[in-house]
Design a binder for this molecule. Structure first.
Ligand code: PGA
Length: 244
């Protein structure tokens, strides 16, 4: 088993700054880097920092390509709660990345299987993901890879668990509006990234974080597979760090 490189920040905002250092370094070395992006509350401080750094001339996103982890099934890209819209609002519209260089799975694809295959093919055509950002769900999911009896390899459709639907209802008018299915990069897609940066903040994530890196590798804790990845940087705040 491999242990991640661990950076412990005082606050969630500082975790965003530390994560921005990782992405800045990747892009400085490779201006056309392929970065894997994530949604949720956790990456927001990072995205604010990345926008500020490009404005300050420290990062140049004009050649960068981005691929998102996941999307709700059935939501149009313009839907207020779609992950495409989240990415536009919180990062992509505020940096110089070219629209054609950003991909998010299409929630409304007619042929989901075909769209998933094309998604994988695009990432491959780009030469693979250089640096993949991850958060973690309370059940150990990464992307929308929920606890299962195996680790799914490729981009695919998933049924969301009650825990995830409940966690995400805060963004919707009512729990009934939360989509029941999603499209997500597979565990194999994620593991193929050359470098992984995982941000975990808040005391409510402490327990799952401990299970992820200091428990058995088990598809019931999907993120635990990261113990087999050779280049994981875990950035957590003091509240989430399991050994405080
Ligand atoms: P959060 O979501 O950042 O909103 O906690 C993380 C996740 O579910 O992967």
């Amino acid at each position: 088993m491999l242990h991640p490189r661990i950076l412990v920040a005082k606050t969630a905002d500082e975790a965003g700054v530390l994560a921005a250092n990782e992405f800045e370094a990747v892009i400085a070395k490779k201006p056309a880097a392929v970065i894997g992006l994530a949604t949720g509350s956790t990456p927001l401080p990072l995205y604010r920092e990345l926008i500020a750094r490009e404005k300050a001339g420290k990062i140049d996103f004009s050649k960068v390509r981005s691929a998102n982890l996941d999307e709700y099934k059935g939501l149009a890209p313009t839907h207020e709660q779609s992950y495409r819209k989240f990415m536009q609002d919180n990062l992509l519209d505020h940096i110089s990345i070219k629209p054609e260089n950003t991909i998010v799975p299409l929630g409304q694809a007619e042929d989901i299987q075909k769209m998933c295959e094309e998604y994988e093919a695009k990432i491959e055509e780009w030469g693979g993901v250089d640096c993949q950002l991850l958060g973690i769900g309370h059940d150990g999911h990464i992307g929308f890879n929920e606890p299962e009896d195996h680790f799914p390899a490729m981009t695919h459709e998933v049924q969301l668990t009650e825990m995830t639907i409940d966690a995400n209802k805060r963004f919707f008018e009512s729990i009934d509006d939360v989509p029941r299915a999603a499209i997500t990069m597979g565990i194999g897609t994620i593991m193929a990234a050359r470098k992984i940066v995982m941000i975990v903040t808040g005391a409510d994530k402490k327990e799952i974080l401990k299970k992820t890196f200091w428990g058995p590798v088990d598809p019931q804790v999907p993120a635990s597979i990261l113990q087999f990845h050779p280049d994981v940087t875990l950035i957590c705040d003091e509240a989430a760090y399991p050994f405080n």
